[in-house]
Design a protein around this ligand. Structure first.
Ligand code: SPQ
Length: 429
């Protein structure tokens, strides 16, 4: 399917959506299931393309993984159960897969080679490969290991004491996964707090990790024990319907089972700041990963400033926050978000380019964007540029545009939300 024609909605959006499993937690459940001892059963696993790439890589590393209708079953044999792959590990479009996998492979005494799609080929890997090389891993790749294809020969690792130059859960997680295999205790100092699913999962699998503000300490040589995982819904997927409910007149949507880990809830804080009519209920106190239901109703919104420590806690929601801001009264400024330039696309450029095509008043800055609100969006031809989050943001924009929107490359959406369009259509009155 090269393009899809999307019609504006004539009535409000109404109904309930069961939000699909969290992508970050689904990846990690396969990874931890593979390096733990025993059988891990994962329910509500996200069957998006990215998480399927993770399963495929671990199968090539010798792990038996069964996929049934309701669960993923992983037969882990500890770090030592991983075997030298006789095929290239293809991570597809998934930055999380390649960066966390590098952390695991850094401590494995064998050779692996890794590739991904065109977008992965442009994303920086030195942020992970350099500290892993310092620990003792042998890594090479295009442009001195900056880009894929990459090769890695792991082995004995020294612990690392590392002050991270970027706020990135992927870099942090790769170093924690290497640290688990190192001889001694590693310390990683974050630049700002990023999603902590890896830390939570280590504890869930019986391991130990300490956190003191931005400093994380992990001991090497720990044995992890299999644990069943129920993956909460992905707040990054819920974000598209939170914004849809807020900007489409006469709407009321209930989003069920949304992950509410505080390191991911920046979108809720910003929407509240903008005046969204949003309510959280049935929140569970799950120590592993909290979740709850969110009700969103059509809202009267005002512009805001999005910057500082909240940025890593909503980094993937910035494209949809930009759309939200086009419908708020006044100006919204997003800054401190230069990391957007190294996602599946340069998300500052693609958001500004595609929303401008729909008539938004939006400009790019060095580390974010400025959006003048209160604009009526027109229709037109736009593209996801192969980026799932851009594709979903544009599909939500089509709901409030005056004329139809032709969305090119919509299939990218299956990376994180395979049934996005059926969920959207079910809400239309
Ligand atoms: O996996 P990938 O391709 O990097 O996915 C993205 C996304 O939009 O789904 C980023 F493009 O999410 C990252 C997120 O931006 C997932 C992630 C994780 O699971 O650890 C962490 C964030 O990336 P980073 O570089 O800030 O660590």
């Amino acid at each position: 399917m090269e393009s899809i024609e999307l019609q504006p909605t004539l009535n409000g959006l109404r109904g309930t959506i069961e939000i699909p499993g969290d992508k970050s937690i689904s990846h990690r459940s396969v990874m931890f299931g593979s390096i733990a001892q025993g059988v891990t059963r994962v329910t509500n696993f996200l069957p998006g393309d990215d998480c399927l790439s993770t399963i495929s890589c671990f199968r090539k590393l010798g792990v038996t993984i069964e996929e049934t209708e309701n669960e993923i079953i992983i037969y882990g044999n500890g770090f030592d159960g991983l075997k030298e792959p006789n095929d290239i590990l293809d991570v597809g479009n998934s930055g999380t897969t390649i960066r966390l996998l590098l952390g695991i492979l850094a401590g494995r005494p064998f050779f692996s080679s890794l590739i991904g799609d065109q977008s992965i080929g442009k994303r920086p890997m030195t942020r992970v490969t350099e500290p892993l090389k310092t620990m003792g891993a042998g890594i090479d790749g295009r442009k001195n290991g900056e880009f894929t294809p990459l090769s890695i020969r792991g082995g004995h690792l020294n612990p690392i004491h590392y002050k991270m130059p970027v706020a990135s859960a992927q870099v942090k997680s790769a170093l924690i996964l290497a640290g688990l295999q190192a001889e001694g205790e590693s310390t990683i100092i974050e630049k700002a707090e990023s999603r902590d699913h890896t830390e939570r999962m280590i504890q869930k699998f019986g391991g130990e990790i300490e956190k003191d503000n931005l400093t994380i300490t992990v001991k090497g040589g720990q044995e992890l024990i299999a644990s069943d995982i129920h993956v909460p819904g992905d707040i990054s997927s819920a974000a598209f319907f939170l914004v849809a409910g807020a900007i489409v007149p006469e709407s009321e949507i209930v989003l069920k089972n949304v992950g509410l880990n505080p390191t991911r809830t920046g979108i809720i804080e910003i929407m509240n700041q903008m005046g969204a009519n949003l309510e959280i209920n049935n929140q569970n106190e799950d120590a592993f990963e909290p979740a709850g239901n969110i009700t969103i109703k059509t809202s009267s919104l005002k512009g805001t400033v999005v910057c500082g420590e909240v940025i890593p806690r909503l980094i993937d929601e910035i494209p949809i926050i930009a759309l939200l801001a086009t419908q708020a009264e006044g100006t919204t400024v997003i800054k401190d978000a230069a990391e957007l330039k190294v996602k599946e696309t340069n998300r500052i450029d693609t958001v500004v380019q595609e929303l401008t095509k729909l008539g938004a008043s939006i400009e790019a800055t060095e580390d974010g964007m400025i959006i003048h609100g209160g604009t009526i969006l027109t229709g037109g031809t736009v593209s996801s540029h192969g980026d799932h989050r851009i594709g979903m943001m544009l599909a939500i924009a089509s709901l409030i545009s005056k004329d139809p929107v032709k969305l090119c490359d919509p299939e990218a959406i299956s990376v994180s939300y395979p049934n996005f369009f059926s969920h959207l259509n079910n809400l239309k009155m």
